[in-house]
Design a protein around this ligand. Sequence first.
Ligand code: NAD
Length: 300
Amino acid sequence: MTEAIIIDGKTFSSNLRNKIAEDVKSLKKEQGIVPGLAVVLVGENPASQIYVRKKEEMTKAVGMHSVSHHVKADISQQALLDLIDTLNRDPVIHGILVQLPLPKHIDTPTILAAIDPAKDVDGFHIINAGLLAIGKPALVPCTPAGCMMLLKDTLGNLQGKSALVIGRSTIVGRPMAQLLLAADCTVTIAHRYTSNLEALCRQADIVVAAVGIPHFVKGTWIKPGAVIIDVGINRIPAQDPEAKAAGKTKIVGDVDFEEAAKVASAITPVPGGVGPMTIACLLNNTIQAARALSDSTAPS
Ligand code: NAD
C-alpha cells in the first residue's frame, strides 16, 4: 500500500520565517516600522521558560524588536494589568503575548481581555475569537493558523471537503473548526462526549487531532486517502528498554502515525509537523498587527 506524504512542517516553517524576515526588511525600508513583540512570562514554569526563550530568539532572528518581561509568580493581578496597559500604549510594541498558564491567583480571562485586540497576536481575545466566528478578518490563534497553512499547501482548495476536528479547546479545536468552515469545508467537531467517533473519522477527508492522548486516533479509523493533521504533543516513556530504564522519554502525537501513514494520503509527523508552525505563525501575526496598526495611525 502507498505510504502517505509526510507533511514537513519544519521546512514550511523555516520558509515562512525567511519570508517574514524579508517582509520585516521591506516594512522598515518603506515605512520605517520595526514590528515589536512583547512577551510576558509570569513565574518560573520550566516549559514556559523554554517556549518563551524560543519565541524571543526567533523574533530577533527575523529582525523584529523583541521585549521580554519576566515577572515573579506572586505578582498581583493589578500589577500584571498595569504592565499590559503600558504595553498596550507603547507605540513600538505591535504584539503582546502573555505566556500561559498563569498562576492560580490570577484570572486568565481578565488578563487576556485586557490586551488590546489589535495587539493580541495569540488571537485569544474575545474580540478576535468573535471576528473569527463570524468569518471576518481577525488575529487567529497560532496553532490552528499553522494547521491551515499546511492543509492548504497539501490540498490546495479545501472547498467541499469533509473535515473532522477532534478537540474543542479555545486555543486549538474551536478556532480550527472556524477556519475550516471559512474555507468551505463541512465541519464536525468531536470532543470527550462524542459517541461515534470512529464512524465520524471514517467519513472525513481531513482529520485534525487535538486531544492530548498519545496514539488516540487509530489507522483503522481513517478513510483511505484522508489528510491527517496531528496537533498532539505527548511525552511518553522511550520504547527502547535500555532508554526506558534510564528514564528517557519521547514525544508522540495524538495519532498512531505508523498505522495512519499506511492509509492516509498525507500526514504531519510529531515532532516536525504542526509544532514548528506555531512560532512562525506568531511572527506572522505580529507583522500583520504591525501593518494594521500603522495603517490605522496613518494620516487620512
Ligand atoms: P485540551 O486539553 O484543552 O483539549 C483537549 C480536547 O480533547 C477537549 O476538547 C476534549 O473534549 C477532547 N477530548 C478528550 N478526550 C477525548 C476523547 N476520548 N474523544 C474525543 N475528544 C476528546 O487540549 P489542547 O490545548 O487543545 O491541546 C491538545 C493537544 O495539542 C495536546 O497534546 C497539546 O499538547 C497539543 N498542542 C500542540 C500545540 C502545537 O504547537 N503543536 C499547541 C497547542 C496544543
